[in-house]
Design a protein around this ligand. Structure first.
Ligand code: NAD
Length: 337
């Protein structure tokens, strides 16, 4: 795995993954293909701008001509597809970009990759494709997919396309499905960074319904280690679940954040529940533990404290994103490229 293509590498998980690759594997060459939507931020990988093993390419995974010409110019050993529209609430407001990027974009990448000498293709997916659990049980890799939001439906559709290329073309793909990530560089529209930034400004923290929805939380570095293990040790055609063994109600995590930040619970504001809101996600990752030798290593309380500290240490990053300032940085840095 010397020459890898990472799509969506300017987003939250993709940028952490590229940082992990470049720090773990000195000989690796990473091409980062990203459209730079509102969620993509070049600053996330600023320290690698002049790194010889890192190339940024601005482009859209749905643009077949562009993607094919990239594959013609670089002989990739592996593709890791992070690029996606990723925010459930936005998918409820307008599902169009989700269908286009998450499904059509995956099809374009699969078609570009399948006629080349690719050793591995990793589709980075989500536990949300499995739908919702009741109070008991865990998602395994054989749980039937039953997505409930336009976001999760688009991710499930992409997973099915990947599956069909594995079956039809013997394409060496792997699908990974992970629970909710937290950690540095997460766009402040998602629960943890949104609540940290709001609390720091003494703004209210909007909680859906009664705050009793349960999610499993995993530190982004543990997810990146899992994807890396799937890429290097996973069997083609397999699905691997990743989770953090940290199930928590939204209200519990909110209270923890307020305690760390020494802010009052009066900031909590209950708002009308999200339509189709899944009650509970919980994940069984014993297959990844057994077959990839992977397990989550970050203890949740410590990981959350470190994450809060990262946001406290990087107020400029948050305020630039919140004010759209980083687009100015992009134009300055890269012009119209
Ligand atoms: P993100 O929204 O932070 O980043 C997405 C990136 O994709 C951005 O850099 C964006 O510019 C880029 N992008 C969007 N459309 C594109 C297109 N058409 N062409 C090229 N680039 C495009 O998302 P994230 O939270 O880092 O998630 C990354 C992947 O992991 C997604 O596929 C998501 O479904 C999956 N995932 C996320 C979580 C989570 O908790 N965040 C959990 C499990 C799986």
């Amino acid at each position: 795995m010397k020459q890898i293509l990472v799509t969506g590498g300017c987003g939250f998980i993709g940028s952490n993954f590229i940082r992990y690759q470049l720090s773990q594997y000195p000989d690796i060459s990473v091409t980062n293909l990203d459209k730079l939507t509102y969620a993509g931020n070049l600053e996330n990988l600023k320290e690698f701008e002049s790194h010889s093993g890192y190339t940024f390419v601005k482009g859209d995974i749905t643009d077949a001509d562009f993607v094919n010409s990239l594959f013609n110019s670089v002989d990739f050993d592996a593709v890791i597809n992070f690029a996606a529209e990723s925010h459930v609430d936005r998918s409820i407001l307008d599902s169009g970009p989700f269908i286009h990027t998450n499904i059509v974009g995956t099809q374009v990448l699969l078609d570009a990759a399948r006629n080349r000498n690719i050793d591995r293709y990793v589709q980075v997916s989500t536990d949300e494709v499995y739908g919702s659990l009741g109070a008991e049980g865990l998602f395994t890799e054989t749980t039937p997919i039953a997505p409930n939001s336009p976001y999760s439906a688009s991710k499930a559709s992409a997973d099915l396309l990947v599956r069909s290329y594995i079956k039809t073309f013997d394409f060496p793909a792997i699908i990974t499905r992970c629970s909710n990530n937290y950690g540095p560089y997460q766009f402040p529209e998602k629960l943890i960074p949104l609540f940290i930034s709001n609390a720091l400004e003494d703004k209210s923290l909007p909680i859906y319904g009664e705050g009793t929805n349960v999610r499993d939380w995993i530190h982004v570095i543990d997810h990146c280690r899992g994807i890396d293990a799937a890429l290097r040790k996973g069997k083609p055609g397999q699905i691997y679940n990743f989770g953090g063994n940290a199930e928590m109600q939204n209200i519990e995590i909110t209270r923890l954040l307020l305690t760390i930040l020494e802010k009052p619970e009066s900031l909590i504001k209950y708002v009308t529940d999200r339509p189709g809101h899944d009650l509970r996600y919980a994940i069984d990752c014993s297959k990844a533990e057994a077959e990839l030798g992977w397990k989550p290593e970050t203890e949740f309380d410590a990981g959350l404290k470190d994450t809060v500290q990262w946001y406290l240490d990087n107020p400029e990053w948050v305020s630039r994103i919140r004010s759209g300032q980083y687009m100015k940085y992009y134009d300055q840095q890269y012009g119209n490229r």
